[in-house]
Design a protein around this ligand. Structure first.
Ligand code: CA
Length: 367
């Protein structure tokens, strides 16, 4: 009996000593035993092929960051497109709660939500810096969240390619008439503009592009930029590489979180997701900025690709057609119209500021 009391007393001293030192979460003997922190095991499906550089890498990086920041309480297992659900069902899988998260681009769901395209890219619209400004500081993210609310989704910007390239052609483009009759893989609003210019836009996933171009099923394609285009081997199927990518001047990639799953998290875990997504957003853009030029040099020097700017009058015509497409789409869809108005105002202000900041500086550096 005495021995039992002695052991109790020693345990009490040990517990007090530990809690006095502030070591770990040892429950104080004077308080109720704290519940162990809940651990979450989530699934994230992407729309990208396995090991797809920068995009899939950026998502893996996000999952590792969240695990570290949550001290292992939020574990996110990443699945590439098709591993768990087909790539273009990622949106529905998160919306319905089959998985907690997805990564892709809002314009993939244009058939369901046309207005979502503003949160990826608009032809002749904002570049990456402008999109970050609109989304993080100009009210864009609030509009995006409102648009996705009926689908039980909380979206976050997570990745950007920067200005893309205009695409690969099997002939020179000297005038807008040269686009007439061409079949080109070009998605989204850019595709609608291309159709107005007399071309036929074709939709196909990245994995099918090379074969289609090589066999002549399509005459032209846009994909991303030198880094990804070189890896896809597009230079073997077409020799003329045009810039700039007027159709996708700074496309944003999206992280979607199921709204119910999001609401179940404590504020610290929500913050870990928000900050890790912002970190990956910057990381992906930096990767493109650092790697594209090196890939372009390889395309020119090793693969003898001919790189040209679109002629000024072709750009002017495509810009005019882009405005027409945006106005027409706005007349068809009330959400599109509402978000277009907000986007247009922000973009006009951003252009004015850009003229005497980034654009003026870029010009000054060359003089
Ligand atoms: Ca593209």
């Amino acid at each position: 009996m005495l021995r039992h009391k002695l052991i109790m007393l020693l345990s009490l001293f040990a517990a007090l000593a530990l809690s006095a030192c502030g070591q770990g979460n040892t429950p104080s003997v004077t308080k109720a035993v704290a519940k162990p922190a809940q651990t979450y095991n989530w699934k994230l499906v992407t729309t990208w092929p396995p090991n797809f550089p920068i995009f899939q890498e950026g998502v893996e990086r996000f999952a590792r960051d969240v695990k570290t920041m949550s001290n292992g309480r939020l574990n996110i297992k990443v699945y590439a497109g098709g591993e768990l659900v087909p790539p273009l069902q990622a949106f529905d899988a998160v919306s319905q709660g089959t998985v907690e998260m997805s990564h892709g681009a809002a314009y993939y769901w244009a058939g369901k939500i046309p207005a979502g395209q503003f949160f990826t890219a608009v032809p002749f619209g904002l570049n990456a810096q402008g999109m970050n400004a609109w989304l993080y500081a100009g009210g864009g993210l609030e509009l995006w969240r409102e648009l996705y609310k009926p689908y039980n989704l909380v979206p976050f910007p997570m990745g950007n390619t920067g200005v893309q390239m205009g695409g690969w052609f099997n002939k020179k483009i000297d005038s807008i008439a040269d686009l007439k009759g061409l079949k080109m893989r070009i998605p989204g609003l850019g595709g609608k503009v291309f159709a107005k210019a007399g071309g036929t836009p074709v939709l196909m996933a990245g994995g099918e592009i090379y074969t289609a171009l090589d066999r002549g099923t399509i005459d032209a394609t846009e994909w991303v930029g030198p880094f990804h285009d070189e890896r896809l081997g597009l230079y073997r199927a077409a020799k003329y590489y045009y810039y700039p990518g007027w159709q996708e001047p700074g496309p944003v990639l999206e992280l979607n979180v199921n709204a119910k799953a999001w609401a179940s998290l404590s504020p610290d875990l929500q913050k870990a997701i928000e900050n890790a997504a912002a970190a990956s957003n910057g990381w992906m853009l930096a990767q493109f900025e650092a790697k594209n030029l090196e890939a372009l040099a390889k395309l020119k020097n090793e693969h003898h690709v001919q790189v040209y700017p679109f002629p000024d009058d072709v750009i002017a015509e495509l810009r005019k057609l882009s405005r027409e497409v945006l106005e027409e789409e706005a007349a068809k869809d009330v959400d599109f119209k509402r978000i277009y108005e907000a986007y247009k105002t922000f973009a006009a202000n951003n252009d004015s500021w850009n003229e005497l900041s980034e654009a003026a500086y870029a010009k000054a550096r060359k003089q």
